[in-house]
Design a protein around this ligand. Structure first.
Ligand code: GLN
Length: 483
């Protein structure tokens, strides 16, 4: 019963091969037995899962089951979950029991899915390796000496280890796509505004976007059907019809125009990754696509621009954690200022403090024009590059990451080296565009991801492009040894 895709599990439930309760129990048992190796969950919601599973079985018996009814999902611990600790990977929120559900959680619950637990993540989603988590790093099931990627590393590790069939993630600068690439998964970062951010703990509000992480494009489409849509509680969510993302998966790709940005294939790209991405593009040509070289000339500027804009927004968003209203408060403060200082000094980790300092500096009088305003101008140039290229091609393809999963500790001493890992993913968030990572091969036993970028609200096209590739190849079906 385990090791199936969401679509496979949905079929098993429909045909009565197993019940939702049996399915939830099997996953909970596997988490208990195996997760000490991966540290992929911060909280396992056993009681909630069994209660939801029993309700799912009851609604199936009453003839009310939908496609998601009884399907187990793990949620990144950034989505507020009523009655459950929601930590964002931080000591600051270690004691925070959310009094309400994020819209994404509410929608999965309404669709009848079963919450297995809350997954590990970089603190406040700041990181590319899951190593900034207060709960310790999560580990890559393909090689536990390596990182699973970040910030949605726990979601990726849980799926790759078979501890959850699918999971939610969030992507501010690559946090769905990069861990998907590192763990051989299919991850989709939707267009900014496609998925509600309500109840998703804010990192950088103009960049943050929730999305699915799954074993296949078909599963990601099933999840996006649940997640997408306008939400009156999120003023940046977009009022636009939600198609059935599963209905166009098999559309033929004849005539698909693919652009390959020359800046994505520079000398710093790992040669195995370059070769595998080119092989994947060949596969698309065999499926009827045409390919041309394009240029995104401001690609190199995405790292410096992002690492001003994101910390600037973070410094503002994280000012709410002051020990007054909720979350961590230092012991025995002598006065208000002492409480602020020690609460934030003790509650935040190193990377979060670094971002708050950079962001506060960039927004301060006298530096604002030189840093924040400049970064916003570069952001516009990056967006214009994409708009121009996407008027000539249907999708842009390239690597998701410059290297496969690196070793734990390999990049922690040099933040800039860690930030360079995001070179191919950040620009989409700056532009608000959707993108996917899909498995396209292996390098020394570690997975490699192909990134597919589409125009605004082209999620349906991206899922179609990913699904056709998965019909023609079986990279996405590979599992870590022993699983
Ligand atoms: N690695 C990037 C950062 O640290 C992106 C993280 C994310 O997408 N949440 O900011």
């Amino acid at each position: 019963m385990l090791n199936k895709t969401l679509a496979g599990l949905a079929k098993g439930l429909q045909q009565g091969e197993f019940s939702s309760v049996e399915l939830a129990q099997a996953y909970l048992q596997r988490i208990k037995n195996e997760d000490s190796k991966y540290n992929s969950f911060i909280t396992v919601t056993e009681e909630l899962a069994l209660q939801q599973a029993a309700a799912a079985d009851a609604s199936r018996a009453a003839g009310n089951a939908g496609i998601m009814t009884g399907l187990p999902i793990a949620h990144k611990d950034i989505f507020c979950t009523q009655g459950v600790r929601t930590s964002a990977g931080s000591k600051m929120l270690d004691n925070f029991i959310s009094p309400y559900d994020a819209t994404v959680i509410r929608k999965f619950n309404a669709a009848g899915s079963v919450t297995l637990g809350k997954t590990n993540m970089d603190e406040f989603a700041m990181g590319s390796s899951n190593e900034s988590s207060f709960y310790g790093p999560s580990r890559n099931p393909w090689n536990t000496q390596h990182v699973p990627g970040g910030s949605s590393g726990g979601s990726a590790a849980a799926i790759a280890a078979g501890l959850a069939p699918a999971a939610t993630g969030t992507d501010t600068g690559g946090s769905i796509r990069q861990p998907a690439a590192f763990c051989n998964l299919t991850g989709l970062k939707p267009t900014y505004g496609r998925v509600s951010r309500y109840g998703m703990i804010a990192y950088a509000s103009s960049l943050d976007q929730g999305g699915p992480m799954a074993q296949t494009a078909e599963d990601a489409a099933m999840m996006l059907n649940v997640m997408a849509g306008m939400d009156p509680l999120d003023s940046t969510s977009v009022d636009r019809a939600v198609p059935d993302y599963t209905s166009n998966l098999n559309a033929p790709l004849a005539g698909l125009k693919i652009g390959l940005p020359k800046e994505f294939f520079s000398a710093s790209l790992n040669p195995d990754i370059a070769a595998l991405v080119h092989a994947a593009v060949k596969e698309y040509e065999a499926l009827g696509a045409t390919v041309k070289e394009v240029s995104l000339p401001n690609t190199a500027l995405s790292v410096p621009a992002y690492y001003i804009v994101a910390p600037a927004e973070a410094s503002s968003n994280l000012s709410r954690f002051d020990g007054v209203r909720y979350g961590y408060r230092c012991k025995d403060p002598t006065d208000l200022e002492d409480m602020y200082k020690r609460t934030r000094g003790e509650g935040f980790g190193t990377e979060v403090k670094r971002r708050i300092m950079v962001g506060t500096y960039a927004l301060s009088e006298g530096f604002y024009d030189a840093y924040y305003k400049k970064a916003q101008q570069i952001r516009r140039l990056i967006q214009q590059d994409f708009v121009r290229v996407l008027s000539e091609v249907d999708v842009i393809m390239g690597p998701t990451t410059p290297t496969p999963a690196f070793r734990l500790g390999e990049k922690t001493s040099d933040p800039v080296e860690m930030y360079m890992e995001d070179i191919f993913t950040l620009s989409l968030n700056l532009a608000g565009l959707p993108g996917m990572s899909i498995p396209c091969g292996m390098s020394n036993g570690l997975p490699v991801g192909l990134q597919v970028i589409g125009n605004y609200f082209a999620e349906e096209k991206l899922l179609n492009v990913a699904h056709k590739f998965q019909q023609a190849t079986d990279w996405h079906t590979l599992k870590p040894a022993g699983l």
